[in-house]
Design a protein around this ligand. Structure first.
Ligand SMILES: Cc1ncc(COP(=O)(O)O)c(C=O)c1O
Length: 402
């Protein structure tokens, strides 16, 4: 915990600083060839975000094209079952089925503004790939999505959707053939093509300005929730954390308030003690991954370790640098949920509310169910980051259905 948190002072929230740092985290640790492009991107984004016309067009597209505002749903049946008043922020109802579209639309608009002809992206669960393919189709840009082979198998519906939308899906076989490896390949492409291509990173990770930009495009989740609450107090806000974009989008507008507890739920996979998990904050340590200093899973020599989670979107050995800062500053706390518990979360929400959540989002549901005794009588806002259609094969196989 930092000195500021220990003394109860409100830590500085105007982040990142001019070097792209969130306290000790973040920064721009990138190959030489990318540095000018990253610096130009930071300047272009700052200019666009200060342009009221750009911001108005972004909000207009979010409203008319992606269906915002997403509802804030009082989950009365889940509340009865858990003894906690639960509100759900329904990002699963956004166009393409997850929060990822907010960021993809924003970055595609920026790519158009800066004259880029081609978009590339990495994807794990396929939701960011689908969101990018969608934004590319809408803006008329070429689109290539890198995806680990393991994820291509477990998220085949989303692979078909990306192809339908005109994107090329490039399988990645290196490493564990999951999200980390897809990010590596996308970065390699970008080094070669940076003059003509914009890389839409799908989470609040990577070198500056990506964590900042993604947070700003995703903060609509938290800003909208504040408006929809109309002054009703909330005690706890919960979101799953892969790279951390849905969580930071929800948390950021609430951060630093002492009346709300922010809880990020990482993937405990087969259990933290087994070493096969995705709990980068819970069981990792600071290092440099994908261009930023942050918490990551690494061995004693600093070699990145493979993550594991049943949910492809949480199967990542790092986390966005702003979450690393939040964790150290005591602005949020980070817990973890196993694969088994997440599957129970899917079952619980489906049965009580008639909503089948994405496996990623089910981690947040499962944590509330698991901690129900402590949360009794409190109001909990869960960010339901996405819907479960993409996971149906796996869910059905585990549940012995179909
Ligand atoms: C529905 C859903 N929720 C959460 C995530 C995790 O990403 P993030 O931590 O960036 O929100 C993903 C990633 O693919 C996702 O598809």
């Amino acid at each position: 915990m930092t000195a500021a948190a220990a003394t109860g002072q409100c830590p500085r929230l105007e982040r990142p600083d001019e070097r792209g740092r969130f306290g000790d985290y973040g920064g721009m640790f990138a190959p030489e060839t990318l540095m000018p492009a990253l610096e130009a991107l930071a300047a272009d984004f700052a200019e666009a975000w200060a342009d009221t016309g750009f911001v108005a067009r972004f909000h207009d597209l979010l409203e008319k094209y992606t269906g915002r505002p997403t509802p804030l749903h009082p989950a009365d049946h889940l509340s009865d079952e858990t003894g906690t008043r639960v509100l759900l922020k329904r990002e699963d109802l956004a166009h393409t089925g997850a929060h990822k579209i907010n960021n993809a639309i924003g970055q595609a608009m920026l790519a158009t503004r800066t004259g880029k002809a081609r978009l590339i992206a990495e994807t794990g669960a396929g939701q960011h790939g689908v969101a990018t393919a969608t934004a590319a189709a809408y803006t008329g840009l070429e689109c290539v999505v890198y995806m680990g082979e393991k994820d291509i198998e477990r998220q085949s519906l989303n692979v078909q959707r990306m192809r339908m939308l005109g994107a090329e899906v490039v399988p990645v076989t290196a490493g564990a053939a999951t999200l980390k490896d897809a990010v590596n390949e996308a970065m390699r492409d970008w080094v070669r093509t940076v003059e003509t291509t914009h890389y839409i990173i799908g989470s609040a990770v990577g070198p500056h300005p990506f964590p900042w930009m993604v947070r700003e495009f995703q903060r609509i989740i938290g800003d909208e929730s504040i408006r929809q609450l109309q002054g009703e107090p909330v005690d706890v806000i919960v979101a799953c954390v892969g790279g951390g974009s849905n969580a930071i989008g929800m948390f950021y507008p609430f951060a630093g308030r002492d009346d709300v507890e922010l809880v990020g739920v990482e993937a405990a996979g087969h259990g933290i003690h087994t070493g096969r998990h995705g709990a980068s904050i819970g069981a990792g340590s600071p290092g440099i991954l994908h261009g930023a200093r942050t918490y990551m899973l690494q061995d004693d020599e600093g070699q990145v370790l493979e993550a594991h989670s049943i949910s492809a979107g949480l199967d990542y050995p790092g986390v966005g640098p702003e979450h690393a800062y939040f964790a150290d500053a005591g602005l949020a706390r980070y817990v973890s949920i196993t694969d088994e518990e997440a599957l129970e979360g899917v079952d619980l929400l489906s049965r009580t509310e008639g909503i089948i959540p994405a496996l990623e989002s089910a981690h947040a549901i499962a944590w509330v169910a698991k901690d129900a005794a402590r949360l009794a009588g409190r109001t909990v806002l869960i960010n339901l980051s996405g819907r479960g259609d993409k996971d149906m094969d796996m869910i059905a196989a585990k549940a012995g259905i179909g």
